[in-house]
Design a binder for this molecule. Sequence first.
Ligand code: HEM
Length: 178
Amino acid sequence: MQMRLYATATTALIAILLVVGTVTAEDHDDDDDDDGFLGDAGEGLGTAAAWGLAFSTTIIIWKPGLKYIRANADKIVEDGRWLKKKLGKANRWYLKIHYWIGAGAVLVGFIHGVAMNRWEVLFWGGWVGMLFMSITGSLLLWKWPPRKVKKGARLLHAQRAVLVITIVLLFVSHEFFD
Ligand code: HEM
């Protein structure tokens, strides 16, 4: 439990660093840089992908937060059942945004990478991590028929190691190889 808390805090912190890193990397930009075939728009796509990944990652705070509020609904408001119903609705919306923004970030990140014309393994390793999260997330969402696949997909998608490595790769590549 405590390990999971540390992993959650670390991932959240690294996600913030990733966004900060991408935004500041853009600040460093000067017009002499080779900005690839989409120019500044290509960089903008990278920032959008970073925000998308950061949003999808907020699920590691959202889920335990929701669980806590749900468990204490009766103490927080008088009509606990009303709050639980609202939370259920908010969660359905949140998850929809989680899927679409996550999948969108992978696509936008791909276009950004190609547009920037950078082919170092560190950049693309980070992108492969995002792709991995989306593929395992899709398997989980669409409840692939074999139960074993679904169970495996949940294990792969919800574990933190790939997510942490992905964010570290993206952060390091963008901060130090830009
Ligand atoms: C690429 C960015 C993504 C990241 C970083 C990400 C991260 C996560 C994490 C860490 C969890 C586990 C939360 C927990 O149980 O503690 C989760 C849950 C989930 N994700 Fe993703 N995900 C991404 C994209 C996607 C996509 C594209 C889909 C589907 C198309 C998806 C579907 C799901 C589903 C179905 C769950 C389970 C929700 C639940 O337990 O109610 N994810 N995601």
